[in-house]
Design a protein around this ligand. Structure first.
Ligand SMILES: Cc1ncc(COP(=O)(O)O)c(C=O)c1O
Length: 390
């Protein structure tokens, strides 16, 4: 029987290989042309008039056969109408938001979003006359109380960056839709392997493909996947900003997608093994992981997600900056790094930045990306490093 998970595994192998593979070359060539050639002026004019349509070969910045295949694959995996590949995850966020907003509009943003998203909203959108306010990501349908006459869009993340609360996606999106407000969700953590937010009522999903989709810490790429109503607005916004990933990034994202299901499953198992071990350590006060029953929104994670990524945080007992530094510097297998979703284990201290839901937990938040190393070795390493906190 073909279940959701086996369908995904098949799609990851079969999609994104072009129409004309005929069982020969298994991979698409890397497309490096900027210029598209036309034999006649009328053929050129036809392409120019259709340049916003997905698949039209007009000029490299509008797409090429490989980027169109990648976009088609991502749209199918997400259950979306269309996808636009851009140069980074942050570009996906900024292009999506600027696509809808204009001076005088109000944007609602969840209080636990990725810090550069918050910074873009506060420092760039605000400069262009967009009013930005924040909402409690655990508020569910109560978000309607935050709507104003001029609320145009709502931006949130599932789960929240660094602290991993899971929002009630359908409750938030149905409140937004009922009021004509466009919802944008950053779905980077789950990838389409573990959640398909468009099926939960979200209008636009953005991804940093630099994380699990690329999967090997070697590419910067982003995706905007939209429903039919929002797709053209998103595509025009990306084109207006001159946004396109390079040919190598398109190739790396397509290659990464082939193994997404097995890597996500490995990340889930390893992440849970380490998180459950950390929960039993005296220096650890709390685990911030969507699959843990005390995580805010764990019920929603169980209802709406089919798995958990290998990125989570822990709260360790209050300690001095020097002690925290000794702990982190003592780790041999975890390196300090801001990204995640690659093959390597990473560690990063987190300082939750909130304006409407103050972070009141005592202790220090530390985020871990669990890579593909042996979990016993990772536990041994964590054990010796934690001994510095005793
Ligand atoms: C949740 C989330 N969204 C977006 C981004 C931005 O992605 P990129 O680094 O590809 O711009 C990140 C990067 O860390 C992230 O964690």
């Amino acid at each position: 029987m073909t279940t959701g998970k086996s369908k995904l595994s098949n799609q990851l192998v079969q999609l994104g290989r072009g129409e004309d593979m005929s069982g020969r070359s298994v991979n698409l060539p890397i497309h490096i042309s900027s210029t598209m050639l036309f034999d006649t002026l009328s053929a050129f004019e036809e392409a120019r008039d259709a340049r916003y349509q997905h698949g039209t070969l007009y000029y490299g910045r509008y797409g090429n056969p490989a980027s169109f295949e990648l976009e088609k694959m991502m749209a199918t995996l997400e259950g979306g109408y269309g996808c636009i590949a851009v140069s980074s995850g942050l570009a996906a966020v900024t292009i999506a938001l600027t696509g809808f907003l204009e001076a005088g509009d109000h944007l609602l943003v969840a209080d636990n979003v990725y810090e550069p998203t918050r910074s873009f909203c506060n420092n760039v959108l605000a400069r262009y006359g967009v009013e930005v306010t924040y909402f409690d990501p655990n508020i569910g349908a109560g978000v309607a109380a935050e709507f104003r006459k001029n609320t145009k869009a709502l931006m949130f993340e599932a789960p929240g960056s660094g602290t991993f609360e899971v929002p009630d996606i359908p409750a938030i999106t149905s409140a937004a839709t009922a009021n004509g407000i466009v919802s944008v969700l950053d779905g980077t953590w789950a990838t389409p392997a573990f959640c398909q937010p468009l099926k939960l009522g979200v209008d636009v999903v953005v991804h940093s493909g630099s994380k699990y989709i690329g999967g090997h810490a070697d590419c910067m790429i982003g995706f905007i996947v939209a429903n039919e109503a929002q797709y053209l607005t998103m595509r025009k916004s990306a084109i207006a900003f001159g946004e396109k990933p390079g040919a190598q990034e398109v190739f790396l994202a397509l290659r990464g997608l082939r193994t997404l299901a097995v890597r996500m499953s490995a990340a889930e198992q390893a992440g849970l093994t380490i998180a459950r071990w950390l929960e039993r350590q005296p220096a650890v006060l709390k685990i911030l992981h969507p699959a843990f029953p005390d995580c805010p929104g764990n019920d929603y994670w169980q209802r709406d997600f089919s798995g958990a990524a290998g990125l989570f945080s822990v709260i360790i007992k209050p300690c001095s900056d020097a002690n925290l530094q000794t702990f982190i510097d003592s780790l041999q297998m975890f390196h300090v790094g801001v990204s995640w979703g690659g093959f390597e284990s990473l560690v990063l201290p987190v300082s939750p930045n909130r304006t409407v839901t103050p972070w009141t937990h005592e202790g220090r938040v530390v985020r871990f990306n669990i890579g593909l190393e042996n979990t016993d070795s990772l536990i041994e390493d964590l054990s010796q490093a934690l001994s510095h906190l005793d």
